[in-house]
Design a binder for this molecule. Structure first.
Ligand code: SF4
Ligand code: SF4
Length: 285
């Protein structure tokens, strides 16, 4: 769905190999699960508040079991990115990613826009046009947030209170579709090292927000995300990271990064929805 080198399976495979996921390195074949152009998908029924069915990549459905490997980090739209987000976005084809973002709409603050035009080049849907200032066609915008992240004047925003909680809920419903029919056959491994402020898909990085913690394993996507957030919050924040507050142990690091997002709503909704349980017992090895 996004601008960049993951538009189709061929480019995606090249990107993966450049990042070290070649067959010769990992000793398993790499399959882009939604096909060459993202059209290999199936509708999976879910008992959702937002969706009655979700679109999941065909080869995910056909897989007998899954190991969901997640690098935990911050995220501009969801506060943090963990196993639930990985299932939701990672197992959805472009149309499924659009479903999840739908309803979020970029708004441009005209008084802050300097008319540089950069956002126009970064919108994957051609939703932004230029006069003296930029403007968004709300009938085309799918709320992918690419423009928010690149505007040098921070002139673009979402309605965070209204739209973002629903976006988090839609991700949970998609995550449930990704694991439907695989009860007891999914293992989650989460990596809590190099915990950077923003998503791994952005073309920049930054100092980790807390020291490295280690690895988590679970059969429950909600428990593993809840444990990851708790372990991160227990750390003292790195003074030289982009945490602008909440450095002390026990404070919510992700709201110290992305103050407009309540990322914990993802975990609460996933617990209520029955994707898993936010309660866990941590066994240290
Ligand atoms: S990137 Fe920002 S400043 Fe530049 S045209 Fe777009 S909204 Fe305006
Ligand atoms: S959020 Fe911005 S970049 Fe994404 S579709 Fe809307 S206008 Fe385009």
């Amino acid at each position: 769905m996004y601008i960049g080198s993951r538009h189709n399976a061929a480019d995606h495979l090249k990107t993966a190999v450049l990042h070290g996921f070649a067959y010769a390195v990992v000793d398993v074949p790499l399959v882009i699960a939604d096909g060459l152009k993202g059209q290999n998908l199936r509708e999976v029924p879910v008992p959702g508040n937002h969706f009655k069915s979700v679109k999941i990549a065909g080869d995910i459905i056909d897989a007998d079991s899954m190991v969901v490997l997640t690098h935990v980090k911050g995220h501009a739209l969801s506060g943090f990115g963990g196993a639930i987000k990985n299932l939701a976005m990672g197992c959805a084809p472009p149309l499924g990613k659009r479903d999840q973002h739908q309803g979020m709409q970029a708004e441009i603050n005209e008084s802050e826009c300097v008319g540089c035009g950069y956002c126009v080049t970064q919108c994957p849907f051609g939703a932004i046009s230029m006069g003296i200032k930029a403007s968004v066609d709300r009938s085309i915008c799918y709320g992918c947030s690419a423009c928010l992240q690149v505007c040098p004047e921070e002139a673009i925003d979402f309605n965070w209170k209204r739209d973002v909680p629903r976006f988090l809920e839609r991700m949970v419903e998609y995550a449930s579709g990704a694991v439907a029919g695989k009860e007891g056959k999914v293992l989650y491994l989460s990596i809590l090292t190099g915990i950077t402020p923003d998503c791994d898909c952005v073309p920049w990085s930054d100092t980790p927000i807390v020291p490295d913690i280690g690895f988590l394993a679970s059969t429950d996507p909600v428990a593993i995300d809840a444990a990851a957030v708790d372990l991160i919050n227990q750390q003292r924040g790195n003074e030289h990271s982009s945490l602008h507050s909440h450095h002390e142990p026990g404070a919510d690091k992700f709201s110290g990064l992305w103050e407009k997002v309540d990322g914990l709503h993802l975990i609460s909704y996933a617990h209520e929805f029955g994707l898993g349980s936010r309660n866990y017992t941590l066994i240290e090895l």
